[in-house]
Design a protein around this ligand. Structure first.
Ligand SMILES: O=C1O[C@H](COP(=O)(O)O)[C@@H](O)[C@H](O)[C@H]1O
Length: 235
């Protein structure tokens, strides 16, 4: 049975302060211990207010490297890019924000996955933090329900693969690259952030179903060997 602790908040703003505080502690400890901090961060809406609070903290940001857990295969500057979002919020701090892809190249989905895999080899595994979000369908990073086998069962050494979602998510109908389950689990600390009653119910069931879960977040969390903190806000 995995070890999870839920932290519940009335609103996204209160949650942002708490999560940013906890991530700040992880960064400080990592810099103190190893002289650097390496963090895998989610895309989507939920992380943005948290990152905005975190960006106001006064670390030696030059020792912090972050990268997205997943990315949309889009041109440089696209509003769909998770890297662009991280760069916009954390770039001004002086942290190094690493893309999973060279967005100036025109990759096939498979090539994009291979390229992301090669880029991820440049980090020190396990990384200090893997932070996950969750979609309405139980997806996490860009591991989607109907097409999750390759990411869930990837060879241990494979950290990223290309993904064609089926169906395509309406809010960003493009192919992706995602960290594999093996890479997502290679972390000193793992947290999940989400909001809304429907997602809470879905995640509780996914955790209860464990390795038999039919949604990606359940299949990923079922294999964790470290305690997981789950931060949830009602809205
Ligand atoms: O598309 C994505 O969405 C999920 C969930 O995002 P949210 O807006 O519901 O918080 C996110 O975890 C993933 O990294 C992102 O690419």
């Amino acid at each position: 049975m995995i070890e999870v602790e839920w932290w519940e908040f009335d609103d996204a703003e209160t949650m942002a302060g708490e999560v940013a505080g906890d991530i700040g502690f992880i960064i400080e400890k990592a810099i103190e211990t190893n002289g650097k901090a390496e963090l895998a961060l989610p895309g989507g809406q939920t992380p943005q207010p948290i990152l905005e609070v975190l960006a106001k903290r006064d670390f030696d940001w030059s020792k912090v490297r972050v990268f997205p857990t997943n990315e949309r295969i889009v041109d440089a500057g696209s509003e769909y890019s998770n890297f662009e979002m991280l760069e916009r919020i954390l770039g001004p701090t002086g942290a190094t924000v690493e893309p999973l892809l060279d967005h100036h190249q025109h990759w096939s989905t498979k090539e994009a996955g291979q390229s992301a895999d090669a880029r991820l080899a440049g980090f020190s595994w396990p990384v200090d933090l893997v932070w996950l979000g969750m979609g309405d369908d139980g997806s996490t990073a860009s591991i989607f329900p109907n097409v999750m086998d390759d990411a869930i069962n990837a060879p241990k050494a494979r950290r990223a693969i290309g993904v064609t979602p089926d169906p395509m998510p309406a809010d960003a109908p493009v192919d992706r690259v995602t960290m594999t389950r093996g890479a997502l689990l290679a972390a000193h600390t793992m947290i999940v952030t989400l909001s809304g009653a429907q997602k809470k119910e879905l995640l509780e069931k996914a955790i209860d179903d464990g390795p038999l879960s039919n949604v990606p977040i359940g299949r990923v969390l079922a294999e964790t060997e470290i305690p997981i903190d789950i931060y949830w806000s009602a809205n």
